[in-house]
Each structure stands twice: as structure tokens, then as C-alpha cells.
Write a protein that binds this ligand. Structure first.
Ligand code: SF4
Length: 93
């Protein structure tokens, strides 16, 4: 079974009014050489954009914390868990 098929088993309730992760400053992303978030996030929430910066879409976030770790040197990600009742529900098996 492919990873994509496994991820499809999960269910998300997206909190539209309060994204639980935010990029603090797009200019910091622009000057970041690695932009590791664009290839380390297992849910591909981060993508390079036409401005040379990074776009974040938290809809499919697995709440794994990888982006916070890879951006630790820049500290440009404001990361929190979703409010109660929102976010991912994992389905095992
Ligand atoms: Fe991606 Fe994990 Fe960060 Fe969510 S917490 S955006 S899944 S790296």
C-alpha cells in the first residue's frame, strides 16, 4: 500500500478561522537557502512559490512537528496544536 493511500485513511477537521501553523515572515523563507520544509513535510504542506518564498497549506497536516524542527535555526514557524475537536484523526490498521 502506498503512503498516499494510507494518508487517505485519515480524517481532518480543518479550523478555517485559526490555522495551527503559520509562517511568521515570508521574507525569511525567501532568504532561506535550504527551504527544508518544502521537502521534509510528509504531507507536502509547504511548497515553493513564484515569489521565491514558501506557501503553507495546513489542511493535510499530520501534526508531526517536523517543520518546526527543520526550521529551528530560523525560528520562522509559529507552531501550535489545533484547538480541541479540530485537526487530524488517525485511522490505524
Ligand atoms: Fe507537515 Fe508535520 Fe509540519 Fe504538519 S507538522 S506541516 S505534517 S511537517
Amino acid at each position: 500500500v502506498k503512503v498516499e493511500e494510507k494518508l487517505y485513511q485519515n480524517r481532518y477537521i480543518v479550523d478555517e478561522s485559526r490555522p495551527h501553523i503559520q509562517i511568521k515572515d515570508a521574507d525569511v523563507c525567501k532568504s532561506c537557502e535550504k527551504q527544508a520544509c518544502t521537502f521534509c513535510c510528509p504531507a507536502a504542506c509547504y511548497s515553493k512559490n513564484e515569489l521565491g518564498s514558501v506557501t503553507l497549506a495546513t489542511d493535510g497536516c499530520l501534526e508531526c512537528g517536523t517543520c518546526r524542527v527543520v526550521c529551528q535555526d530560523k525560528g520562522n514557524i509559529a507552531w501550535d496544536y489545533p484547538r480541541g475537536g479540530y485537526g487530524i484523526s488517525y485511522k490505524f490498521g
